[in-house]
Design a protein around this ligand. Structure first.
Ligand SMILES: [Zn+2]
Length: 237
């Protein structure tokens, strides 16, 4: 019970802070974790703040954390200016960098700019979305594995993940990808896949890891910024 009250307290602070950064409409998601430190990042145009559970037990947050929080929120906002657009809705979806109108009208099957589903429900939209994505991924995975001299025996899981774009289990050879990365165009989402594949050589984010990643995906840093912003229609000319 004590914990719950504190949670409200934290969320109130963040709501206030949201107001302080010029009435912005940034969506702030708060998560509690077993980690020791506070985390702050921007994913798809939304701010994600992770608060250590241990801090909740203390019952209050210190002045220094409060200042740190204000500071970081402002920095993220200034640097990124998130667009805060939903990638998948009942009306439209962003897919491979294009905005498509969701329709159940059969005449629009295979029409560009339309996304055909039998029934307009989130379940069928997601099912169809994953199907299109998985079809496309076959050739992409072949190309990437060739490029990195890896056997293409990876299993792919596509889902919504709260805190990351992708992850890899190199022992099981399974790659988890956040569905929303496919809202972006090829160059952008492929940088996530290449990132995960490079972990087959280096588990951590060491200098060697980044050297390898940069050799196959030179603009990956910039693309991460585009993803943080949630600029689904970004096109690299
Ligand atoms: Zn990584």
């Amino acid at each position: 019970m004590f914990l719950k009250e504190n949670r409200v307290y934290f969320e109130d602070i963040i709501k206030d802070e949201k107001f302080i950064i010029e009435n912005s409409n940034i969506e702030v998601n708060i998560e509690y974790s077993n980690r020791r430190s506070f985390g702050m990042m921007c994913l798809y145009g939304k701010l994600l703040i992770t608060i250590p559970l241990s801090v909740l037990k203390i019952g209050y947050i210190g002045r220094s954390f409060y200042l740190q929080l204000c500071n970081s929120l402002e920095k993220i906002y200034m640097k990124i200016q998130p667009l805060n657009i939903e990638p998948i809705t009942l009306n439209y979806v962003y897919l491979f960098g294009e905005k498509l109108q969701v329709t159940n009208f059969k005449g629009y099957i295979n029409e560009p700019k339309y996304f055909y589903v039998k029934r307009i429900s989130l379940t069928s939209i997601l099912k169809q979305y994953d199907k299109v994505v998985k079809d496309k991924l076959q050739s992409i995975m072949n190309e990437n594995c060739n490029l990195l001299k890896l056997a293409n025996d990876f299993k792919l899981t596509i889902s919504f993940y709260k805190t990351r774009y992708g992850s890899i289990n190199t022992k099981e050879r399974r790659i988890h990808l956040d569905r929303r990365i496919f809202a972006f165009n090829y160059d952008v989402f492929n940088s996530v896949i290449l990132h995960e594949l490079c972990h087959c050589y280096y588990q951590n984010h060491s200098r060697q890891f980044h050297n390898l990643l940069n050799s196959v995906s030179s603009k990956n840093k910039f693309y991460t910024y585009i993803m943080a912003k949630g600029d689904f229609q970004f096109y690299d000319k």
